[in-house]
Design a protein around this ligand. Structure first.
Ligand code: ZN
Length: 318
């Protein structure tokens, strides 16, 4: 019997990947009124679709999940439950990202948020065998001191549950250059980082991310507009974390026919395929590959290359 394929997911947001059932259960336990009674009523409020106008609108789907991620129990349970669902998809390695600064509304410190997510991931690893590490996100538009604290924590917990750092949030509103200080500090601490870039802004945003020292790029769609940049990404072996359905929903690309994944592969760039947000995008990494096979004509050879790239681009070696 052929061994079933083993997947990796390198770009997966915790808050965008909670199941509706998990959210309802936590809301009930914590006395949070979400204004809905069933998972069926909740789903449309959590999920983007083809009518979603932009990344800014897409980001509104995170407000409800964040409400149940303000307690230690909620955060630990969410991390554990996500690893359980990844295991069912035959994902063997994952990097799960979240912004500790978004989980302090009810009095948790960023450090407590990091420790509880780590605990949930570790339990999940033990029970389900999916190697899972955290990536700590700084937020575009977040307070500078808060982002700096996130980076300090990434340094403190690097190799102890944390694999790296990220910059997430509204790219079109807050330019990548605003985050020079935090990523200078990340470099001093030896924390590898990825930056969401070229998703809602142009190739110059990717260039700025590279100038800050990003070792991977989240999405990177706009690189297709810049031949020299594509050449640089290939030459420097900077992986791109692409997320096809999310990229369509946020209008980073208008049509799957224009999706630059194949161009990037042809240029020799280390392209990876990921889910971004399992709930908000209504997907998972296995589904992303099926979608590419059905709608983009992804070949067997291309899929093999993408799967190999995922393992190569991981922050923690096997
Ligand atoms: Zn993302």
């Amino acid at each position: 019997m052929r061994k079933s394929e083993e997947y990796v997911d390198l770009h997966l947001h915790l808050d965008g990947s909670l199941s509706p059932e998990f959210i309802l259960e936590r809301a009930e336990r914590e006395g949070i009124d979400l204004g809905v009674k069933s998972a069926a009523d909740l789903c449309p409020l959590l999920t983007a679709n083809q009518e979603t106008a932009s990344l800014n609108e897409y980001l509104q789907c995170f407000e409800i999940p964040l409400q149940v991620l303000q307690s230690a129990e909620g955060l630990e349970g969410a991390a554990y439950d996500l690893v359980r669902r990844l295991s069912a998809l035959n994902i063997t390695y994952s990097e799960i990202r979240y912004a500790p600064g978004l989980h302090t509304r009810a009095g948790l410190s960023q450090e407590e948020a990091v420790e509880t997510v780590n605990a949930g991931l570790q339990k999940g690893v033990k029970d389900f065998g999916v190697k899972s590490y955290a990536i700590l996100c700084c937020m575009r538009g977040g307070e500078a001191w808060q982002n700096m604290e996130t980076i300090e924590l990434a340094g403190k917990y690097l190799g102890k549950g944390v694999a790296g750092a990220d910059l997430a949030g509204a790219e079109a509103l807050y330019g990548t250059e605003l985050y020079q200080d935090v990523f200078t500090r990340a470099r001093e601490l030896g924390v590898p980082f990825t930056i969401h870039a070229g998703e809602a802004a142009g190739p110059e945003s990717i260039r700025k991310a590279l100038a800050l020292g990003a070792s991977r790029i989240g999405h990177g769609i706009a690189a297709v507009l810049d031949e020299d940049l594509m050449e640089e990404l290939a030459r420097r072996e900077i992986p791109l974390e692409m997320c096809p359905l999310s990229n369509l929903q946020t209008k980073a690309v208008k049509d799957i026919k224009e999706y630059p994944l194949r161009t990037f592969l042809e240029k020799g760039i280390i392209v990876t395929v990921n889910s971004d947000n399992m709930t908000v995008s209504g997907t998972d990494v296995v589904n992303e590959f099926c979608f590419l096979e059905e709608q983009y004509g992804l070949t067997k050879q291309e899929k093999e290359m993408l799967m190999k790239n995922g393992k190569k681009a991981a922050y923690v070696a096997d």
